[in-house]
Design a protein around this ligand. Structure first.
Ligand code: PHE
Length: 339
């Protein structure tokens, strides 16, 4: 019996030394003290001993049992403490460390101003529709009453993709297309890009953004156009804006006009931004030409309408005193992060 007890003790000591976590110690405890363990087995063999021997042997087994149990308990507590310590260590926060700065995305300045513009027109009852960047000569020019030999059709200004297809030179390409699809009253705005084959400079680029808008119904008048533009600019700048209207020519409107607002940079005193005139041109507009209504299958005897096209870059430049249109496409984070 002594030998059997000694063997179990040796075995237990060896395994305890190898246990490196509190869970392993617990497993060890069940292995040695559990019902199917070697110590219980010894207990069961007690019946084979004589009455006289039994108490002595029993005591030896009990000593072993006690030993295994205390060793396990001690080792379990030690390891648990160590584990807790490591856990706490890893959760430690150094409050003196500088904070981590999260990167926050934002809308491009053109998208921001576009959203502002669209929200005002939506409030005024206009719905938003889109027309394609690549379009036919018909929608970009012909339906808009451009004569065959109009200079704007010249290769110099227009990016032609084929004889018939081109990059739209203005968002007005949506006019006839929409009229063909929808019956008056039509009250829409169409934001998008316009492309022109021009030299890139501080003031002009090969592409820029416009917001086209038009309204067709019975008895739409020139006065409606003026008051719509007026209230838009008042809302856009959040103050009463002085406007000036000059007559102008676009083949698709009659009469046509260009509208200026007073220069907010110099309070109309004259500065480089307004070229010392005190005024800034912001929008082209007019009453839709009868030929355009006809191209859109709307009877000009029954209906009339107005249209405008405003430059988005222009307004953002004005609002934030930006002097070079190229800034919008250079992707300089120092510029973009200011908006
Ligand atoms: N399409 C014109 C331009 O690009 C602007 C315009 C739109 C003028 C609608 C009148 C009516 O300059």
């Amino acid at each position: 019996m002594d030998e059997a007890i000694g063997k179990i003790r040796e075995e237990f000591k060896k395994e305890l030394l190898l246990a490196s976590s509190s869970t392993q110690v617990e497993q060890l405890k069940t292995k040695f003290l559990g019902k199917k363990g070697p110590i219980q087995e010894l207990m069961r063999s007690l019946k084979d001993y004589s009455k006289e021997e039994r108490p002595k042997v029993g005591q030896l087994i009990n000593v072993l049992k006690e030993e295994v149990s205390t060793h396990c308990q001690r080792s379990f507590e030690d390891l648990l403490l160590k584990e807790e310590k490591i856990k706490l260590e890893s959760q430690k926060v150094d409050v003196s460390m500088p904070g981590k700065k999260n990167f926050r995305g934002r809308y491009h300045p053109i998208r921001q101003i576009l959203n502002h513009i669209l929200s005002i027109f939506k409030e005024m009852g206009f719905s938003v529709q889109y027309s394609p960047n690549i379009d036919s000569d018909f929608y970009n020019f012909e339906s808009l009453n451009f004569e065959d030999d109009h200079p704007a059709r010249d290769m110099q200004d227009t990016f032609y993709l084929s004889k018939e297809m081109l990059l739209r030179t203005h968002t007005s390409n949506m006019q006839a297309r929409l009229m063909q699809k929808q019956k008056p009253p039509i009250r829409v705005v169409c934001p998008g890009k316009a492309f022109r084959n021009e030299d890139i400079s501080a003031r002009s680029h090969v592409f820029f953004h416009q917001v086209e808008g038009f309204y067709i119904d019975k008895n739409v008048t020139f006065a409606d156009l003026i008051s719509t533009l007026n209230s838009f600019f008042n809302k856009f700048f959040g103050q009463k804006i002085k406007m000036r209207f000059r007559s102008s020519y676009f083949p698709f409107v009659e009469p046509g006009l260009e509208a200026d607002i007073e220069c907010l940079v110099c309070s109309a005193k004259g500065c480089p931004i307004c070229k010392n005139t005190g005024w800034l041109e912001v929008v082209g507009a007019g009453m839709i030409h009868p030929n355009v209504l006809k191209a859109g299958k709307i009877d000009p005897e029954q209906h009339s309408g107005y249209a405008w096209g405003l430059g988005v870059e222009r307004l953002q430049m004005l609002l934030n005193n930006i002097s070079d249109i190229r800034m919008f496409t250079q992707n300089d984070a120092r510029f973009l992060s200011q908006f």
